[in-house]
Write a protein that binds this ligand. Sequence first.
Ligand code: FAD
Length: 394
Amino acid sequence: QRTQIAIVGAGPTGLLLGALLHRAGISNVIVERCRAEDILARSQACVLEDDSIAVLNAAGLSLGAQALRQDSLLLSVDGRSHRVELARLTAGRGLTQCSQTELTRSLMRARAAAGMHTIYEAQQVSLHGFLGADAPLLRYRKQDQDHEIRCDYIAGCDGFHGVSRASVPPDAYRCYERLYPFGWLGVLAECPAAAPELLLAQHPRGFALSVMAGPQRSHSYIQCSLSDRLTQWSDTQFWAELRRRLGPDLGSTLPVAPALDMSITPLRSFVLEPVRFGRLLLAGDAAHVVPPTGAKGLNLAATDTQELSEALAQACRGDHAEQGLNNYSERALRRTWRAERFSWALTRLLHSFPDQNSFDQRIQQAELEHLLDSRAAQTVLAESFVGQPASAGG
Ligand code: FAD
């Protein structure tokens, strides 16, 4: 088989890149190790910047009624909630809450409707020849048969545990990583979130977050210990703990429903430098991971795919050959490090760290008070959340 771009991974990054390339007239095949149903069974919150919505629209996708746009967010500190007016502080920019599962489902449907080729359940995917001058090669095994795809470029969109990054010689890159001493226990439920807006809560018992995942669904998360197991938590215990961390303001009216899904996620910051290796280019979680506190993961993926699709289209058409691809790594890393800094700072500000002493706690308190009292500090927070317009280099 021959295609212009072979994409590894049918998560949101791979699917979005495939849609943008298709729109640009560039042929592509996605090779994915799981079944489509397994990908759709993963449930995660999804808060998108206006620029990410614009990238989805450019890919031909409209989120419609499942997406809820808000001009503000709520910050609950020690049980008292405060509204941060995002749009007023950033000349009209806001955040859209939706479901990552529904977003992925829409991308899968659009791909199938356009006749674009996705190979699910591909085993033993391996990447070859991407550092050489010739066309690279993707190999995989399916139904006891070996297959090969020849292509001009390979896009590694296979997430943090994927094969793309693992295929690069270790001396060709550098990794920067931080693991956090806690995780998030998450519940997806058929009930509204604690508030219409994205809600982030700092509390001495630990962080909490509540967000809509469609008109009648919500995701809720509480900071938990890394040693916690799902079997230790019942629905009732989860909602009681969330209610405690939200305090009387929002906890007393918290809607609850049986959990449709419960998961524990460890928190990690990770950056790979560079993200281009000859004819292999990485995007999304394959290249960088942020703790989800700042809701930046998919937003970074959207900007990666937009820039990468344009650069790949340019290279495939031979316009200015590889000028866009040559710049991809540097531009992506500049954006990544900004999002990493914000996600790390917000995680530090809103979580309880097990090794925090009383001095650290007072500093955290002072930082939160400064944020609530200062319009300038809230503007910085709002700008980081909604993202800066592309023209500002954000
Ligand atoms: P993935 O979703 O990991 O997809 C990679 C795909 O590659 C998978 O389908 C996998 O099966 C496939 N694959 C892996 N290995 C191979 C292989 N060897 N061969 C073939 N295929 C392979 N982001 C936001 O922007 N806003 C939020 O509000 C938000 N909330 C979040 C909440 C939580 C709890 C978590 C954990 C994350 C959140 N994120 C959020 C981040 C977001 O979910 C990720 O950034 C996003 O899923 C990354 O997509 P991806 O396609 O790059 O990677």
